[in-house]
Unconditional design. Structure first.
Length: 193
């Protein structure tokens, strides 16, 4: 479906969703702050939909934005990549797109190596699945065990690998140009009142 076809299908979809919910244009206008005439032109296709208009409508109807624009069916979400071997490590890429955040599952064999800290642009997050991972970061020399995570700016001299006691399996998320990983927790429910 072309972009023009997708945009042309938004108006009828907006009208259908509004009618299914038995909401008038006036009530939707009051909820969204979008004028009745603009809503009417959106539904009739006389006005092109924009994110500024669609976001408040999606919120008012409590539907995902992709339902309003008729995003296509989601394809197979599985990432099917082949493992790579680099410097004795086995890496499984867990992301498909080049650039942006990259995720890897890494298995480092049991070996003792002298750390050779390096620097480069970016931000890294490590999470140990099993074994023990030695991380040298600036003046710090720490060992991470299963369930522990570390995050750092890769412009700080760093090195990570096996402690020599056994293999280590870990996840690595890397963001170029200082992109940071964000772990979000569910907000606490308000109490009292």
């Amino acid at each position: 479906m072309t972009t023009e076809e997708v945009l042309a299908s938004v108006g009828p979809r907006l009208r259908r969703i509004r009618k299914e919910r038995e909401v008038t244009l006036a009530a939707l206008s009051e909820t969204t702050g979008i004028s009745v005439s603009t809503l009417s032109r959106l539904e009739s296709g006389q006005r092109k939909p924009s994110l500024e208009l669609l976001l408040p409508i999606a919120q008012a109807h409590q539907v995902p934005l992709d339902e309003l624009i008729g995003a296509g069916a989601v394809g197979d979400p599985r990432v099917r990549t082949k493992p790579l071997t680099r410097d004795g490590r086995t890496l499984w890429p867990l992301t498909r797109q080049p650039g942006g955040l990259q995720a890897y599952k890494i298995i480092e064999p049991r070996r003792t190596r002298e750390p050779e800290p390096r620097t480069h642009e970016g931000y890294e997050w490590l999470y140990v699945l099993s074994g023990r991972l030695r991380l040298v970061l600036g003046d710090h020399d720490v060992v991470l065990t299963a369930g522990e995570a570390a995050e750092f700016d890769t412009r700080v001299p760093h090195w990570f690998g096996s402690t020599g006691e056994g293999p280590v399996e870990f996840l690595s998320l890397f963001g170029p140009q200082g992109e940071r990983m964000h772990v979000r927790a569910r907000p606490k429910k308000a109490t009292g009142g």
